[in-house]
Design a protein around this ligand. Structure first.
Ligand code: UGA
Length: 436
C-alpha cells in the first residue's frame, strides 16, 4: 500500500493559493484550502474556477477528491500541520505592501509549536521576523512563489529553483517544506528568512529592470534606425545577459511587478536608503505606455474624433487579469486626447468592461477594427497574429497598426497594405519588384 502523503493546508485561494492547492493535490497530497469568501469556496467545491489560467480548472477537477475547500479555519488547523499563507499583499496608497490580510491570518493561528506557517505571499523583508515576535512558538518558513500567470501550473511543477528560508530553530520545519518540493526536481536553496524575502523582491525588481532597460534601448533604436529585436538577440547571446525578459513593448503590468518594485523601493526608503535605480525603472515603465499616443499622432495628426481599436486588454496573454494592465493607462490617455476607443480581448473583456468605463467593447477583433483609424496591439494574444489582416485593412478607415508588443510580422502587415509601427523596430518592407 502506498504511504499516505502529508496534508497540505492553504490559506487564501487566489491565483497563487489555488495553483499551490491544485498542484500539491496532483502530487498526491490531501489538501485543505481555506478562503474567507463563501461564494468562492462554494464555486471551487463545484470545480468552478473563476480565473483564466491554462490547465488550472482541469487540475482542480481532476483532484477534486483530494482537495477540501472550506471557510472554516478550525477545519484547516485540525487537518493540516503545514500551512501555506497565500493571501494577497496589494499596494497601499504609500506604495508599501499592505500586510493587513497577512496579519489577520496570523492572528487566527494558535500559539502552538505544531503548525508551520509557510509564507508564500510576497512580503517585505523583515515581515517574518515580526511575525516570529508575535507568535514565538509557531514555526516559520519563507517560501516565496515565482510562478507566472498564464503558465502558473507548468511553472509550479517545473521550478527553476525553490527557496526555503528559515531561521535557527526552524530547521525541521524547513526540512518538511523541502520534502514537499523534492519530487519537482528544481534546485532547492536554503537561506535565512530575511534573505528568502529579499530574493523574491529582488528577482521581480531585476526582471522589471530588464524590461525598462530594453524599452529605453528600443526608444534609442528608433532614433538611430536600429532594430531592438536584433539588439536584444545579440545582447542575449552573452550568457551573462541572457535573452529572457528583453522583449521591448509598451511596459510591464500585472499584479506583481508594479507592486513589488514599488514595495522594494519603499522598503529601502523606509530604512533610509534611496533606491534610485528603481525610481527610474518605474518612471520608464509609466512613460512607455504613453509613447503609443505619439506614434498615432505621427500618422493621424490630432486624435480628436479618431476611432482607435485596442487589441488585447489583459496585462499579458493567457490570462484575464487586468491589474495594472497597460491598456488601462493607454485607453485613458487616448480618451484624454479626444479619441473614440473601441476594445477587444479574447478573455478579459468582462473584467475590463467595468474598469474601462466609456470604452466601447467589441465581441471580436474584426468588429473592433470596423471603421477604425488605427489598431493598437496591446496584448500579444495568438489570435491577433492569425487574423486576416487584408480583410481587416478593408474594414478600417485607415490601415494603420501600432504593434505595442512587436508581435506581428511587419512584412505580412505591409503586404496587407498596412502602415506598421512597432517599438524600436525597423520595418523592412519588401522592395518593389524591378521593372522587367
Ligand atoms: C511575475 C514574475 O515573472 C514571476 O516570476 C513572479 O512569481 C510573479 O510576477 C509574482 O511575483 O507573482 P507575472 O506578473 O505573472 O510574473 O508575469 P510576467 O510574465 O513576468 O510578465 C509581467 C509583465 O512584463 C507583463 O506585462 C509582460 O507583458 C511584461 N514583459 C515581460 C515585457 O514587457 N517584456 C518581457 O520581456 C517580459
Amino acid at each position: 500500500m502506498s504511504e499516505q502523503k502529508e496534508t497540505v493546508g492553504v490559506i487564501g485561494v487566489g491565483w497563487v493559493g489555488l495553483v499551490t492547492a491544485a498542484c500539491f493535490a496532483d502530487l498526491g497530497h490531501p489538501v485543505i484550502a481555506r478562503d474567507i469568501l463563501p461564494d468562492k469556496v462554494e464555486a471551487l467545491s463545484r470545480g468552478d474556477v473563476a480565473i483564466h489560467e491554462p490547465e488550472l480548472e482541469d487540475l482542480v477537477r481532476r483532484n477534486a477528491g483530494r482537495i477540501t475547500f472550506t471557510t472554516d479555519m478550525t477545519e484547516l488547523l485540525e487537518g493540516a500541520r503545514l500551512l501555506f499563507v497565500c493571501v494577497d499583499t496589494p499596494p497601499t496608497y504609500s506604495g508599501d505592501a499592505d500586510l493587513s490580510r497577512v496579519r489577520a491570518v496570523v492572528q487566527e493561528l494558535p500559539e502552538d509549536s505544531e503548525h508551520v506557517l509557510i509564507m508564500k505571499s510576497t512580503v517585505p523583508a523583515g515581515t517574518g521576523e515580526s511575525i516570529r515576535r508575535d507568535k514565538p512558538d509557531l514555526s516559520y518558513v519563507s517560501c516565496p512563489e515565482f510562478l507566472k500567470e498564464g503558465t502558473a501550473v507548468a511553472d509550479f511543477m517545473h521550478p527553476d529553483r525553490v527557496v526555503v528560508g528559515a531561521d535557527a530553530g526552524d530547521e525541521a520545519a524547513a526540512d518538511a517544506v523541502e520534502a514537499l518540493y523534492q519530487p519537482l526536481g528544481g534546485q532547492i536553496l536554503r537561506t535565512d528568512v530575511a534573505s528568502a524575502e529579499m530574493i523574491k523582491l529582488a528577482s521581480n525588481a531585476f526582471l522589471a529592470t530588464k524590461i525598462s532597460f530594453i524599452n529605453e534601448i528600443a526608444n534609442v533604436c528608433e532614433e538611430v534606425g536600429a532594430d531592438v529585436g536584433q539588439v536584444a538577440k545579440g545582447m542575449g547571446l552573452d550568457e551573462r545577459i541572457g535573452t529572457a525578459f528583453l522583449r521591448a513593448g509598451i511596459g510591464y503590468g500585472g499584479s506583481c511587478f508594479p507592486k513589488d518594485v514599488s514595495a522594494l523601493k519603499m522598503l529601502a526608503g523606509n530604512t533610509g536608503y534611496h533606491f534610485q535605480l528603481l525610481t527610474a525603472v518605474i518612471e520608464v515603465n509609466e512613460l512607455q505606455k504613453r509613447r503609443v499616443v505619439g506614434k498615432l499622432e505621427k500618422h493621424l495628426g490630432s486624435l480628436i474624433g479618431k476611432r482607435i481599436a485596442l487589441l488585447g486588454l489583459a496585462f499579458k496573454p493567457d490570462t484575464d487579469d487586468m491589474r495594472e494592465a497597460s491598456s488601462l493607462v493607454l485607453s485613458a490617455r487616448l480618451q484624454g486626447e479626444g479619441a473614440e476607443v473601441v476594445a477587444y480581448d479574447p478573455v478579459a473583456s468582462d473584467r475590463a468592461a467595468d474598469l474601462l468605463g466609456s470604452v466601447e467593447m467589441a465581441t471580436s477583433a474584426m468588429e473592433a477594427l470596423d471603421a477604425a483609424d488605427a489598431a493598437v496591439l496591446v496584448t500579444e494574444w495568438k489570435e491577433f497574429a492569425e487574423l486576416d489582416w487584408s480583410a481587416a485593412g478593408e474594414r478600417m478607415t485607415r490601415p494603420l497598426v501600432v504593434d505595442g508588443r512587436n508581435f506581428l510580422d511587419p512584412e505580412k502587415l505591409a503586404s496587407a497594405g498596412f502602415v506598421y509601427e512597432g517599438i524600436g523596430r525597423t520595418v523592412n518592407t519588401p522592395k518593389p519588384a524591378a521593372a522587367s
